[in-house]
Each structure stands twice: as structure tokens, then as C-alpha cells.
Design a protein around this ligand. Sequence first.
Ligand code: BGP
Length: 459
Amino acid sequence: MNYKFPKDFWWGSASSATQMEGAYNIDGKEQNIWDYWYEIEPEKFHNNIGPYNTSNFYYKYKDDIKLMKDFSHNSFRFSISWSRLINEDQSVNDDAVKFYNDVINTMIEHNVEPFINLFHFDMPMYLQNIGGWENREVVTCYQNFAKKCFELFGDRVKKWFTHNEPIVPVECGYLGHYHYPCVVDFKRAVQVGYHIMLSSSLAIMEYKKLNQGGEIGIIINLTPSYPRSNSDEDLKASNIADLILNRSFLDTSILGEFPGELIEFVKEQNLMPEFTVEDLDAIKNNTVDLLGVNYYQPRRVKTKESKIEEGEPLTPESFFDFYDMPGKKINPHRGWEIYEKGIYDLAINIRDNYKNIPFFISENGMGVEGEEKFKIDGKIEDDYRIEFISEHLKWAHKALEEGCNLKGYHLWTFMDNWSWLNAYKNRYGFIEVDLNNNFKRTPKKSAYWFKEVIENNGF
Ligand code: BGP
């Protein structure tokens, strides 16, 4: 064996409530922004497929968890749907408690450790209606939701995460048109980002008060920034991209403060959010125990060369351009570059600049369209996925050898799930989900390969 991983390495996969549960309006679940957006603009979603019946985990979780066990996974990360658990009047939905209790207990029974995330892009609509993350009151509602989750499930769940990819609601919801409410306004985006980070610290504070003996962290999509060249201009552009898109969340979560350079930038651009000194204390005093890193692609950056059109709103991209590097390896289905070494580079950065905090790869994966064409005797032979995973694991292994505190690897995702605007276009799972046949599950070749990797704790 060439690549042996440490004992107790976390092997598994990740998903999120909106993307896998389905049952969008069952048993008292309230609407979230996805349910609402689909209701008013279904044409925005690939093939008009909305979040209503995603993968049906709500009905099939017992079999799904059994499958995780059959494929030797020792952990699985999912999220609790805020709009399922907490009713509009802020009371708790008992049916949701029953569902999540059952999911957690079934996982434990099958030796699959539950890793629970509290927010995965799914703001309840009743809170979006009062401004979502722009409104300080929503931060308090989230703090109460988090506390409730710890009280209800924390006796058994020992790995908690406050947010998944906190940049995404900011970037996609307030700087682009990819998530509801599709606003483009840098100042409002900064307020949203600030409140999300504050909410993360307040959730951590609540968790620590309860002394439940587990760990709490955050999941960040750490996309390393690579400058086109070593020219001062390209380096400066790459630094600003890194500052806004990575370090705003990374420094704050691990070091307890927003980077000084970011504060200067935000002040210069007149983008300062509303904040209080007590907020900053909460951020300082409640840093994470553990970091999840989602890694899909690098960010290649060059100095701003494209013209800023008249009247074009200010966004982070007013300060740099993305660099389309010739000859890069690409996943044509998703359009994302594949750069396996990125996993090593980000691990070294965490080792050297972020206290070598324990972290794991909480998402990595390859979405492919039209996988049925790789079917042989009813099974998808996804050799490209096996290659994708193993090439990333090789770099992860090198990082481990060089002293990085890497604890595990989770693939996105266990079974094919619903991908936001792309719906079911690109499939990511170890397990095929047949939408035309009652969401039937069929393991792909990669599921069998990964099982062997887990059982050998290496490959
Ligand atoms: C991550 C998200 C996931 C998932 C994944 C794949 O950013 O945390 O929710 O969707 O990316 O991306 P996509 O679904 O856009 O192809």
C-alpha cells in the first residue's frame, strides 16, 4: 500500500437538508428561500426541477444510512433544516425533532458518526421576509436555533458546524444572481457576511456554555488564490481576492478577528457594516475547535484588465479579474478546474498560518452530467471519479506526512442530490439516484472502490 492514513481517519461524505431531504412541505416544515424562489421563478432551475422532492432522504433515511454502513463509511455530515425545526412563531416542530432524532440514532446504531451543520444556504422564508442575514434580529433567531439543536441532539452528536461555506450566501445572494434574494450591493453583502460570522461565534458561545464535551467548527470553501504571474499587479490582485473571499472567514473563525487589511479596505470603500464592540468581543472569544474545508477548484487571479462599465455596481471583482489559465485540467460538466495540489497548498497554509488547527476535507467531488452512458450491467463505472478522489488523496497524504493536522476526507456526496440551480444536472454521488424510478439507489463503481480504501485505511 502506498498511501496509508492515520488511525481513526474520518471517511465518509456530506450533504445538506435542502439537497437531499425532499418532503418540503410535510409535517409542518415551513418554506425556505429555495421553496419560495422555485414557486415564483421555476424556470431559473435546470429542467424546472425544484427543491420539493430532492432525493427523498426524509422517507428513505433508514435504508440510506444502512447503505453508508454497508460501504464502511464511519461518518456523514448533513444539515438540520432550520425551516423544518423552528416554526414561524419560534416554537419547535415536534415532527422535525422526531425525524432528526431518528436519523441520528440510526446513524449511531450503524457506527456512522453524525457531523451536523446548522446552516447550508437555507434561510427560512419567514426570516428572509424581515431581511434575512441583513437583520440583526435574524442573528438572534439563529443563535436560539443553534442552542435548541445542541439541547435536543448534543447528548449524542459530538461534531457540530455553524455554517457551510459562509461566503456563498454573501457572494451568490448579495453580489450575484445565483441565490435568492439576488441582490447586487457590496455594502449589504458586507453586512450579511459580518452577521453570518457573528452568528457563528454566538452559536459557538452557546455550545461552550452547555459543556457537552464535543467539538464545534465551521466549514469554509477554501479556494486557494493563485496569481497569474509574480508581477506586483497580479500579486496584489490575488491578495485582495484571498482577503475578501477566504481570509474574511478563515481569520475570523480561527484567529478571532477580521484581518486588519480587510477592515482598511472596507473602510476605504465605504462599506463598513453596523457592529458593536460586544459583537467583536464575542468573535474574539469564541473561535472554532475544528475546521471543515470544502475544496473543489483553485482561484486563478490576474490584475483587473476588463473595463468597468458605466453604472456597473461595485463588487469584489471590481478589484481583480479571474484568470482563465491555458492548458488547465477541467471538469467540463461543471466548468471547474481540477487542480489536485490545491489540497496540499491549503493544508500547508492552515499548518503555518492557522495554528495547525485540526481540519478535514469536508467536501471534494466531481459533478458529471449524463452518467448513465457509463453504465455497464446496470452499474455506473465512474472511473473518472475514482481517479479524481485518489489524486486528491495523494496530495492530502503528502500534507499529512508534512505535519498537517488532517483528520478526514468526505466526498460530496453520498447519493446523487439536488444541486441548487443545477438541480440534478451534474451527479456527484457514490450512489446513483434514479429520478424516474422512485429515487432508486444503485451504488456506482466508486462506492465499491472507496469501501476498500476505507477498509484498508489507504490505497
Ligand atoms: C458546494 C456546496 C454544496 C454542493 C457543492 C457542489 O459549494 O456546499 O451544497 O452543491 O458545492 O456544487 P454544485 O451543486 O453547485 O455543483
